[in-house]
Design a protein around this ligand. Structure first.
Ligand SMILES: *Cc1c(COP(=O)(O)O)cnc(C)c1O
Length: 364
């Protein structure tokens, strides 16, 4: 039955009306025996490690049971690995899940959440659902967070500031001195969350590990994920490191039993196999250097030095044309219409297809 003035549908929260739908990177569909590649979602191109897969297979034997609600083993492993108290760790269904817990914990109608733009597409969605207002601070001309402008955007109503470093989709990361200056300006009752989904790919020594910065600042929390460097995107597990009482609030707002038993086992085993996984990350970082050097060689100017597992091309009005040309050649990239395209560093063969399109494009 459709709705009408006499039979109105259920009343939904007006806040949802302005919320954009999350747009996932497009999947690569194989056509006519020709391989296509997905470079649109910043996934890890390596298949699961055999040791991780074996543990997940064993864990699958008991999925008639609920998982450990408090992810005790994983939480202890994270606390040990990052040298923080177990009470400072909160897990969730991917770091987007944890981000939702963060926003629910501190912002609602009438509150403001400050973040850079363009940045991670999940931010406007998660903030919009909460009913809080997004305050977007434009990136600088060189695609970086404008932390001075972000500090100035903090008002009486601000409850939360999100700092995405490295920034998705531009790949730039905030540096130690500018971050410290910024944190010194933000009032202590405003939570600052540093989203470090790509931390393991950072090689610039001036980019701080947010866990160092967090230690003596009660209003700073750090988000990390197992989706990217650790290659567990499909299992949905991430975590925050935060001081009490923030960490406690994040545990309260978590979906009960949200992190599956398979995800808990996979993440715990991945921490044990970290050396092997970080070896793969190193190979991707090397490949990133190769791709960036090739782009500059082709004549692309102003390609930001990416600290993540993707590169950003500011293509403006030609963005969609470029994405279509890539698709035609067999690689899916992530276009942001009118702005630019984000291209994940993947298998060398896929990156070469992308570089081929980029070469033709820069010449035309
Ligand atoms: C990919 C990504 C995440 C992680 O998402 P998960 O929910 O953990 O898969 C978080 N933040 C940013 C900026 C990302 O790009």
């Amino acid at each position: 039955m459709s709705t009408s003035p006499e039979h109105p549908g259920p009343r939904l929260r007006p806040a949802l009306e302005g919320v954009p739908a999350y747009k996932p990177g497009r999947a690569a569909a194989d056509r006519d025996g020709e391989r296509t590649y997905k470079l649109s979602s910043n996934e890890n191109p390596y298949p699961p490690l055999p040791s991780v897969l074996a543990k997940v297979r064993d864990a699958a034997e008991t999925f008639n049971r609920y998982p450990d609600m408090f992810a005790t083993g994983l939480t202890a492993a994270i606390a040990e690995r990052f040298d923080v108290p177990v009470t400072s760790v909160a897990t969730g269904t991917g770091s987007v899940g944890v981000l939702q817990q963060v926003v629910q914990s501190c912002a609602a109608e009438g509150d403001e959440v400050v973040y850079a733009w363009r940045s991670f597409e999940a931010y406007p969605v998660v903030v919009g659902i909460s009913g809080a207002t997004s305050v977007r601070v434009p990136l600088t001309a060189d695609e970086r967070h404008d932390l001075d402008a972000m500090a100035e955007a903090v008002t009486e109503r601000t409850r939360l500031v999100l700092v995405c470093s490295p920034n998705n989709p531009t790949g730039t990361a905030v540096r130690r001195a500018e971050l410290v200056r910024f944190l010194n300006r933000v009032p202590p009752h405003v939570l600052v969350v540093i989203d470090e989904a790509y931390r393991e790919f950072v090689r610039d020594p001036d980019v701080p590990d947010a866990l160092e910065v967090y230690r003596d600042r009660p209003n700073v929390a750090v988000l990390r994920t197992f989706s990217k460097a650790y290659g567990l995107a499909g299992l949905r597990v991430g975590f925050a490191v935060a001081h009490e009482p923030v960490a406690e609030a994040l545990r309260k707002t978590a979906v009960p039993f949200g992190v599956s038993g398979l995800a808990q086992v996979a993440a715990t085993t991945s921490l044990e196999a970290e050396a092997e996984l970080l070896h793969r990350v190193e190979a991707l970082v090397t490949e990133r250097s190769r791709v960036q050097a090739a782009l500059r060689e082709q004549g692309w100017t102003a390609v930001p030095a990416s600290q993540a597992n993707f590169v950003w091309l500011r293509l403006g009005e030609r963005t969609e044309e470029f994405a279509a040309a890539c698709e035609q050649a067999g690689v899916m990239v992530r276009p942001f219409a009118g702005e630019g395209a984000r291209i994940t560093i993947g298998e060398r063969i896929a990156d070469d297809v992308f570089l081929d399109v980029a070469k033709r494009f820069v010449a035309s």
